[in-house]
Design a protein around this ligand. Structure first.
Ligand SMILES: [Zn+2]
Ligand SMILES: [Zn+2]
Ligand SMILES: [Zn+2]
Length: 89
């Protein structure tokens, strides 16, 4: 949908709905849904497990080692989390 805009979840700036990076704050996936790392089903922040496949949605932060929801960034220290599907490389 050309022209459709969505507020960045981090800074509130309006970005393209499919923008990979927010032009205002530089964070990735500013408006997209979170997705399960295993089955790519949409998941919500705060969920402990994927409703579709049951995969755990909690991962250890690479920086502070806190077990956090696997959003794009650690809610504790702000480090970017690895949200690529397992074995995707
Ligand atoms: Zn932003
Ligand atoms: Zn899943
Ligand atoms: Zn962290």
């Amino acid at each position: 949908m050309p022209g459709y805009k969505h507020p960045c979840r981090y800074c509130g700036e309006m970005t393209e709905a499919d923008a990979a990076v927010c032009h205002a704050c530089g964070k990735v996936n500013p408006a997209g849904d979170f997705r399960c790392r295993r089955c790519r089903a949409p998941v919500k922040e705060g969920w402990k497990a994927c409703a579709s496949c049951g995969a755990s949605l909690t991962i250890p932060c690479p920086k502070c080692a806190e077990a956090v929801f696997h959003g794009d960034y650690c809610p504790k220290c702000g480090a970017q989390l690895d949200t690529k599907p397992n074995g995707g490389k």
